[in-house]
Design a protein around this ligand. Structure first.
Ligand SMILES: [Mn+2]
Length: 430
């Protein structure tokens, strides 16, 4: 039995208060979707099996280039972060794993594993950091890491990634995500071809250290911290990387790492078709890599991404198991509340995508009936699936209304009393 950060009695009494209304809503929605020949129980079961990893860095307050305004009870280190992640999981039952960032979360692997085990948590993909300098590090990443002009700096970055794999092996992770800040701020500053050649060679060295049952995810991003060019700028370059490295290499799609208005769901479709979709960093954005909460700005786009994932399942695409991770910076909210809300929004998009009448959609596509094809998607998207999400949480021991339960639990006050006020801390934007 996992250690409970929120009392089960509190969750039970919260659920008791809401149960009658929930059951009534669930029954009504069940009748509604039954008229579309959909079994609500089957959809609920699928949703309950869908999980998304919480980023360790997401439970601390994030920041911008201008400032960071810490909240109360900020986690002091990785063990506090795991405690906060356990709260998100306990209430949502959608986030059983945590994605670590090294060196921010560096600790004795045996202690990491023991602490996570006690909380009933596991570990998702490891994340390396060669976009900032760790204290005492020999070579600086100011001018790049895996693509740096200096061989010793590249070797140091390769070593760091291999260390992440070693830590991950000890705690049960099965993947490494590599995002680099390498790039340039001026035309002419770097040679595009040579820097990409150096990057590929360095990544091949990391790839060689990858265990057989691991995957490596490369993550593209069109700008920032380099503002003229980045070495891994878009999904095309990312695909070339995955193809060059080999069968254990896949592309990671961070929803915020594209030009505004990019058709991300189409990129997802392409990567699925050519077997190179590794997974996601879910978040939302308005202008750039805003790292806003999933589904907070453009929930329809999130739905369209999930529509591609469900379509792939429906078509029986083989060897298809993308990793789902959240990557957000919570600047003005309680990070635990943002993560609870985001996990629910991600499941919401999945549930809506499960409601799409795929036979009807295929028929409209064959008939070139654009209006009805669009309406078929909209019909699923317009369905209020909240009762399905609540039922999935309830059946797994979570809360019908997880934000309300969290607020009533007093957890933030409890940890604020124990954890000293934070004045600074690592950034939350990657
Ligand atoms: Mn990311």
């Amino acid at each position: 039995m996992a250690e409970q950060k929120i009392s089960n009695d509190l969750i039970a009494s919260e659920n008791d208060r809401l149960l009658a209304a929930h059951e009534s809503d669930y029954e009504a929605l069940g009748a509604h979707v039954a008229r579309r020949s959909i079994d609500i129980g089957a959809v609920t079961k699928e949703v309950a099996r869908f999980f998304v990893a919480v980023p360790s860095w997401g439970v601390g307050t994030g920041g911008t280039r201008f400032a960071r305004f810490p909240g109360n009870g900020e986690p002091r280190g990785i063990f506090d972060k795991l405690d906060d992640c356990a709260v998100v999981q306990q209430l949502t039952r959608a986030t059983p794993t945590v994605s670590l960032h090294i060196p921010w979360d560096k600790a004795d692997p045996a202690e990491l594993k023991a602490h996570a085990d006690a909380l009933g948590l596991g570990f998702d993909a490891m994340n390396s950091n060669t976009f900032s300098d760790a204290p005492g590090q020999t070579n600086s990443y100011k001018y790049g890491s895996l693509s740096h002009v200096d061989a010793a700096t590249r070797a140091q970055a390769v070593e760091h990634n291999i260390e992440c794999i070693e830590i991950g092996k000890a705690i049960g992770s099965k993947a490494l995500t590599v995002w680099i800040g390498d790039g340039s701020n001026f035309p002419g500053q770097t040679n595009f071809a040579q820097s990409f050649e150096r990057y590929l060679a360095a990544m091949q060295d990391v790839y060689k250290a990858l265990p057989d049952d691991w995957r490596i995810f490369s993550e593209h991003k069109m700008y920032e911290p380099a503002f003229y060019s980045t070495v891994v700028q878009d999904w095309g370059t990312n695909y070339l990387i995955a193809q060059t490295l080999g069968p254990k290499a896949f592309c990671l799609v961070d929803l915020g790492h594209h030009a505004p208005n990019t058709n991300i769901e189409m990129i997802v479709s392409r990567l699925i078709q050519f077997k190179k979709l590794g997974g996601f960093h879910f978040n939302d954005s308005k202008y750039g890599d805003d790292d806003l909460d999933a589904g907070s700005i453009d929930p329809y786009r999130l739905f369209l991404v999930f529509n591609e994932l469900v379509d792939a399942d429906h078509r029986g695409v083989t060897d298809f198991h993308p990793a789902h991770m959240i990557d957000q910076s919570h600047n003005v909210t309680d990070p635990i509340e943002s993560l609870i809300s985001s996990a629910n929004e991600i499941r919401r998009a999945y549930a809506q995508a499960l409601l799409v009448d795929r036979e009807a959609l295929a028929g409209y596509q064959d008939d070139n009936d654009a209006l009805m094809a669009s309406d078929t998607l909209k019909r699923a998207y317009r369905t209020d699936v909240e009762p399905i999400l609540a039922e999935a949480r309830l059946l797994a021991g979570g809360a019908i209304d997880p934000i309300a339960a969290y607020r009533h639990s007093g957890y933030r006050q409890f940890v604020s009393d124990k954890r000293p006020a934070s004045t600074a801390g690592s950034g939350g934007i990657v």
